[in-house]
Design a protein. Structure first.
Length: 122
């Protein structure tokens, strides 16, 4: 693997950590309202598992497992987009924050999907 590729992976992992932190913060704000607790929990689980699966891929024993973890991360990213959309449409006070995070989730999804296609040779 070349230096440019390693640098991109490092930066992407940092980006995922920043994203997870913002998801945690948004979930904390949401969970203050009893009715939003379930939504906050779903968002927290999906949003933080994106990075966790990408990091887990590093420890995989095969290319197949590596791709599998990226596919799990993509599913979580797509689910996160859904929860963020619901937040933006349901809680007007959190609309701007959730839309910014949804935009970031879209970008993260694109990166992961492109990585999967590259790894599969598509």
């Amino acid at each position: 693997m070349n230096e440019k590729s390693n640098k991109f992976k490092e930066e992407f992992e940092k980006r995922l950590v920043r994203f997870s932190i913002e998801i945690i913060r948004l979930s904390q704000e949401l969970s203050r309202e009893y009715k939003a607790y379930a939504l906050a929990d779903q968002l927290l689980r999906a949003g933080t598992s994106i990075g966790a699966n990408i990091i887990e891929a590093r420890a995989s024993g095969s290319k197949r497992d590596y791709i599998h973890y990226f596919q799990l991360a993509l599913k979580s990213a797509n689910e996160t987009k859904y929860w963020l959309y619901l937040v933006s449409k349901t809680y007007s006070s959190l609309e701007n924050k959730s839309e910014k995070l949804r935009s970031e989730a879209v970008e993260i999804s694109k990166i992961i999907a492109t990585s999967i296609r590259t790894m599969k040779g598509l």
